[in-house]
Design a protein around this ligand. Structure first.
Ligand SMILES: Cc1cc2nc3c(=O)[nH]c(=O)nc-3n(C[C@H](O)[C@H](O)[C@H](O)COP(=O)(O)OP(=O)(O)OC[C@H]3O[C@@H](n4cnc5c(N)ncnc54)[C@H](O)[C@@H]3O)c2cc1C
Length: 495
């Protein structure tokens, strides 16, 4: 995937997609696969918006059952099965435990009923059957949990994913299917003829120049930037999106062996403690955000809330702010509706402006393929939209075989398989041609030089953060060592 701005000026597209988060990336992927001449423009890096700031679950959403959103839960559980199949290196089953305490707002029978219904709704898409546990069984699974008042618990199954890379896989797949895609290209203005949008004016943030893209149809998948993009069309445009902020903490210790779904005590929310990258991902919060989406920050109060609630569940652990490796904050672009933030539906809708722009509004990561399909159905009146991600088949052999053939450490190969799936073959070809690329730039997690070059040459990484935060997950594990940063700067083109 090569960054080539000139190609956009030479072409007239059937479809232009604005926004390279998961929704825009998958619309471009499905569209290009159907032979539609497609362009995708992203103002930052792919997935640099909400699509790299999620809780990283491909899930039905047990808590949406409380809002009686059975159709959303069913659709998501069905999609979970699709995603587990198409990207097994990035989406994997995950066991969840819900410990229930005396006085909890949701008693044990309710939690049991919840997971029972969840499995029932999943039907053939179920991962594994839920289990009801007494207090002793809960503690056997997670001995660090608070014992006082523990009534029992339930175990159920969902899936965990790498959000930034799954989005990138969609962009790569779109590009392989013929779409012209680029990051760091910000739409600044819509071009109109007789009041209808016929293209856009774009600023290239890498080459520092402006260019135009012409298209018959323009879809905007701008996530939290939706209102800004609506106002570019009409200054008086009504708000369509309600943005709520959610933060996460990456905590050094792996607090549990499985994901924990925990009802918070200070409010009615639930939060997760999830094993992630050998550490714990703790989140999230859900509060209205009215500011500029480019300036969203993690507030110390939100961090304190998550630490306090986690401490309550693990009273014997010495939880210290010094063990926070990183924090990140994302904005949910929800369909605009009043009431409590966590009660707002995660369903999506499309809004068409009088000028012919189609805006994708709302949704959740899990259902991205469905969003893309229904968006394209709306525009092109075609019934079937085949979906696939980059298909290089499976990795060429077992971890041990590949380690032996390429003289790599098994843990490095294991990590390569997890990041690239079948595309690991491309990285191995680079190593075969240039054995010096096997050199490790990081030991924990293992990263070799070839990965940095691959990110730049094949995955359109343009900045240090593109590599540390979205091609690899190094940026979440505390400050990235200077030696790694220097190795990254070495492979980035000089601007
Ligand atoms: C805290 C949190 C946790 C979540 N957890 C989960 C979860 O576990 N599972 C789940 O299914 N869902 C989850 N979600 C929801 C999910 O992450 C989002 O629904 C999804 O990522 C939205 O994708 P998007 O493509 O619509 O938006 P985004 O990813 O934000 O993409 C929009 C893109 O548009 C680009 N853009 C904006 N303006 C312009 C412009 N002028 N020109 C070009 N490009 C532009 C932006 O840079 C951005 O990359 C979570 C959300 C949050 C906030």
């Amino acid at each position: 995937m090569i960054r080539d701005i000139n190609q956009f000026e030479k072409n007239q597209y059937d479809l232009l997609v604005i926004g390279g988060g998961i929704n825009g990336a998958s619309i471009a992927n499905l569209s290009a696969r159907a032979g539609i001449k497609t362009a995708l423009l992203e103002k930052g890096d792919f997935a640099s918006g909400t699509s790299s700031k999620s809780t990283k679950l491909i899930h039905g959403g047990l808590r949406y059952l409380e809002n009686l959103e059975v159709d959303l839960v069913y659709e998501s559980l069905k999609e979970r099965k699709v995603q587990l199949a198409v990207a097994p290196h990035l989406v994997q089953p995950l066991e969840f435990l819900i410990p229930v305490y005396q006085g909890d707002r949701r008693p044990l029978w309710m939690m049991w009923l919840g997971v029972f219904l969840y499995d029932l709704i999943a039907g053939p898409y179920r991962i594994k059957r839920h289990k009801a546990l007494n207090a002793t069984e809960v503690l056997r699974l997670e001995p660090g949990l608070q014992r006082k008042g523990l009534k029992g618990g339930v175990v159920y199954y969902d899936a965990q994913m790498d959000d930034a890379r799954l989005c990138l896989e969609n962009v790569l797949a779109a590009s392989e299917a013929g779409a012209h895609v680029t990051n760091y290209a910000e739409v600044k203005e819509y071009l109109k003829e007789n009041g209808r949008v016929i293209g856009v004016k774009v600023q290239d943030h890498i080459g520092n120049r402006n260019f135009e893209v012409h298209a018959k149809k323009v879809v905007v998948a701008g996530g939290p930037w939706t209102h800004k993009l609506l106002k570019l069309d009409d200054l008086r445009a009504p708000k369509k999106v309600r943005t709520t902020q959610g933060i996460h903490i990456v905590y050094k210790d792996k607090l549990s062996e499985r994901a924990l779904f925990i009802p918070s005590q200070s409010d009615k929310r639930i939060f997760f403690v999830i094993p992630w990258l050998g550490h714990s991902l703790i989140g999230t919060t859900d509060t209205d955000y009215l500011g500029d989406p480019d300036r969203v920050k993690v507030s110390p109060d939100d961090v304190e809330y998550l630490m306090r609630e986690t401490r309550r569940v693990f009273p014997e652990l010495d939880m210290s702010p010094r063990k926070i490796l990183s924090t990140f904050s994302g904005l949910r672009p929800l369909v605009r509706k009043g009431g409590s933030a966590s009660k707002v539906s995660r369903k999506h809708l499309f809004y068409e402006t009088p000028s012919g722009l189609i805006f994708v509004v709302g949704g959740k990561y899990t259902t991205y393929r469905v969003v893309a399909e229904s968006c394209l159905k709306k525009i092109f009146k075609r019934k079937t939209w085949p979906f696939a991600l980059c298909d290089r088949g499976k990795p060429p052999g077992s971890v041990d075989d590949v380690a032996r053939s390429f003289n790599l450490e098994p843990e490095t190969v294991h990590s390569l398989f997890g990041i690239y799936g079948g595309r690991v073959q491309d990285v191995l070809v680079m190593i075969a041609k240039e054995p010096r690329l096997k050199e490790k730039v990081s030991f924990d997690p293992p990263v070799i030089k070839a990965q940095l070059l691959y990110a730049v040459q094949k995955e359109m990484a343009c900045t240090v953060e593109d590599i540390t935060d979205r091609r690899l997950s190094l940026g979440y594990l505390g400050p990235v060592p200077e030696s790694v940063l220097a190795a990254i700067r070495d492979v980035l083109p000089q601007t």
